[in-house]
Each structure stands twice: as structure tokens, then as C-alpha cells.
Design a binder for this molecule. Structure first.
Ligand code: UFG
Length: 342
């Protein structure tokens, strides 16, 4: 039997890809997910890809009683990857309390249970949102954090502070936070991918839905930024590459290789791509034209951000491998699969 890892939010977008990578490396995975933004079929799809069905418990992490019962039942868990969280930036502005409650209390409950049930290792989903619009590019882990642009972003910044404080006070716990840049794409099998509910907020699902004819037109938010083509720049990271970073982080924890009990790493490609470049690369990769129009800037958008990934490369021994071209093609193959497009 492999070493047991609990993955909260394991049927979600990044969670599901991470479960696949963990299982392919011999880990035994238990998922907790309340399916508030995912579906139980993801468990079947993971089984189709890996040949192994992960254990799955459906409940909300704020159900403290259920969480305790869970840890009493599964008493061989060695590490936790905590993905489960609300993640819509715009929604968080309108529902700040829901975001603070869900994202912060679930983390605190997980940390309490780690102490209570003697689980030492945690990987936490953080975000490049903690940097805001940085003064210097690319951003290193030492780049000063800026005030959060949204309650969602603030939950990630506060979560990192909680982790820092808790590991100081709890010598048994070691944590690694991974600061994701912009995760995109889908598994090469097209059996799992991103499933946004309603109108997508993020660029790539909007592009694939426009290409599929579900949306009439992509709106590009601003072409008057101080960037080479005027559109915003981000660091788009392939979701399978990102999933692999979690496996590397878990191994680092289990092998006691961490240099301190709280570490944090940028997880990106190290390369920035503009919105217009993403659209052009998508068209080239897929041969499908994307109908787009330039509109006003989106409030709260930062002009540009991309990662310095030296630490992830040298310390974790991880690096992004899949190109933007292939990643966008995987996103399109996934969209076609779920829409039955040939
Ligand atoms: N964009 C468009 N049109 C769209 C959607 C997005 O032009 O329909 C542009 C945005 O203006 C931005 C870029 O595409 O320049 C990327 O936007 P996304 O919404 O895909 O991603 P963000 O960079 O805004 O947000 C992502 C994550 C957040 C995280 C944030 C950190 O979705 O969870 O990065 O910077 F907080």
C-alpha cells in the first residue's frame, strides 16, 4: 500500500490533476470535496486515467464534526494537500464573508486536525495574487507582497500568514505553500479539465467556449497597457506541470528535505504572455479562429506579472515543461470533448 495523502478539493480543477499525478507515483489518495464546484464523475475519470479509484468522501470542511470523524477513520494519512477553497475573484468582492469564512476557517480546521491527529506535512494552494502589481519583474519569492486586490486574494495572503504563525508554534507541522501563476489547460487524455460554472471569468475557458460557439465573442480587457502589444501579461502554467509540482513538494516534506518548516515557491513558467499572444497561439495551435473585440480595462486587473522560478527549479528540482502552444491545444481538446465537437 502506498503512502496516504489527503487531497481536499480533489475533484476540482487543479486537485483532480494532482490526484492523477500522485496516484501515478504510487501514493494512495483520499479526496474530500463537497462538490460545490465540481462533480462526482471526476472520480470515475481519475480512475479511467490511472486505473485506480481514489477514496472519496463528500462533505464540507466547515463541518468540524464530520472532519474529526474522518480523521478518526483514516488514521494513516501522512500528508495533506489543501486545495478546497472558493476562487472567483469577482464574486469575492460581493461575498467577502463567504470567502473569509470558507477559505480561512477550512484552513484553520485542517491545521487543528493536523495537530490533533499527528499529521506533519501540508502543501497549501497559494497564488501569485499575493504580489499584487509588483514593482519589479519577474517576481521572486522575496518580492514584497502588496495589499490584496480582492477578498479572494486577501484569503490567500492571510492563509500564508496563518501558516507561518502556526508552524512557529507547532514544531510537528511543516508546510509548503505553492504560489501558482495562471493555471490553464487540461489532462492530455481529455478526461479531466476545467469546468467553469456559467460564464467563465478566466481567459482560456472563455477562449475555448468562444471557439466552440458557446460565446459569441471574447472581450479583451484593454489594449492600452504599458506592454509591447498593449494587452496584459501573465505567466500561464500548464495544469499537469502544476500538479507535478505538488508531488515534488509532498516528496520534499516526506523525505524531510525542507530547509525551514514553512517554505513557499513560485510555480510558473518564468515567461510572460500577453492576452493577444494567447489568442494568436490558440488560433495557431488549433486552426480555429477566435472572434474577439477590445473593450475597456477590467477593474482590478494588474498590468503584468510573471514568475522568477529559480527556487522551484533549483530547490524543488521542478520546472514547467509543456509549451503554451501544447497547453492551449489541450484546453481545446478538452472543450471539444465535453461539447461533443469533432
Ligand atoms: N481576460 C480578458 N478577457 C476575458 C478574461 C480575461 O481579456 O474574458 C484577460 C484579463 O484581463 C487578464 C488575463 O486575461 O489580463 C488573465 O485573466 P484571468 O481572469 O484568466 O486571470 P487573472 O490573472 O485575472 O487571475 C488569475 C486567477 C486568480 C488569481 C490571479 C492572480 O484566476 O485566481 O490570477 O493574479 F488570483
Amino acid at each position: 500500500m502506498g503512502r496516504q495523502v489527503l487531497v481536499t478539493g480533489g475533484t476540482g480543477y487543479i486537485g483532480s490533476h494532482t490526484v492523477v499525478e500522485l496516484q501515478s507515483k504510487g501514493f494512495e489518495v483520499i479526496i474530500i470535496d463537497d462538490l460545490s464546484n465540481s462533480s462526482a464523475e471526476v472520480v470515475d475519470q481519475i480512475e479511467k486515467i490511472t486505473g485506480i479509484r481514489p477514496l472519496f468522501e463528500q462533505f464540507n470542511l466547515l463541518d468540524a464534526k464530520r472532519l474529526n470523524t474522518f480523521f478518526q477513520k483514516y488514521n494513516h494519512i501522512e500528508a495533506i494537500i489543501h486545495f478546497a477553497a472558493f476562487k472567483a475573484v469577482g464574486e469575492s468582492v460581493n461575498k467577502p464573508l463567504a470567502y473569509y469564512q470558507n477559505n480561512l476557517i477550512s484552513l484553520m480546521y485542517i491545521l487543528e486536525c493536523m495537530s490533533r491527529y499527528k499529521i506533519s506535512n501540508l502543501v497549501f494552494s497559494s497564488s501569485c495574487t499575493v504580489y499584487g502589481q509588483p514593482d519589479q519583474l519577474p517576481v521572486t519569492e522575496q518580492t514584497p507582497k502588496k495589499e490584496a486586490e480582492s477578498p479572494y486574494g486577501n484569503t490567500k495572503a492571510i492563509s500564508e500568514e496563518i501558516l507561518n504563525d502556526v508552524v512557529k508554534a507547532t514544531p510537528e507541522i511543516t508546510a509548503i505553500a505553492l504560489r501558482y501563476f495562471n493555471p490553464i489547460g487540461a489532462h492530455p487524455s481529455s478526461l479531466i479539465g476545467e469546468l467553469p460554472q456559467g460564464v467563465p471569468n478566466n481567459l482560456v475557458p472563455f477562449i475555448t467556449q468562444t471557439a466552440a460557439g458557446i460565446r459569441p465573442q471574447l472581450s479583451i480587457f484593454g489594449d492600452d497597457y504599458q506592454t509591447p502589444d498593449g494587452s496584459c501579461i501573465r505567466d500561464y502554467i500548464n495544469v499537469v506541470d502544476l500538479a507535478k509540482a505538488h508531488v515534488v513538494a509532498i516528496n520534499r516534506l516526506l523525505d524531510n528535505k525542507t530547509k525551514s518548516r514553512y517554505e513557499f515557491f513560485n510555480i510558473g513558467t518564468g515567461k510572460g504572455a500577453s492576452v493577444l499572444e494567447v489568442v494568436k497561439t490558440f488560433e495557431k495551435a488549433t486552426g480555429v479562429k477566435v472572434n474577439y473585440t477590445i473593450v475597456a480595462r477590467r477593474p482590478g486587473d494588474i498590468e503584468q506579472i510573471y514568475a522568477d522560478t529559480t527556487n522551484a527549479n533549483k530547490i524543488l528540482g521542478w520546472k514547467a515543461e509543456v509549451s503554451l502552444h501544447d497547453t492551449l491545444l489541450s484546453a481545446w481538446n478538452w472543450e471539444k470533448k465535453i461539447r461533443n465537437i469533432n
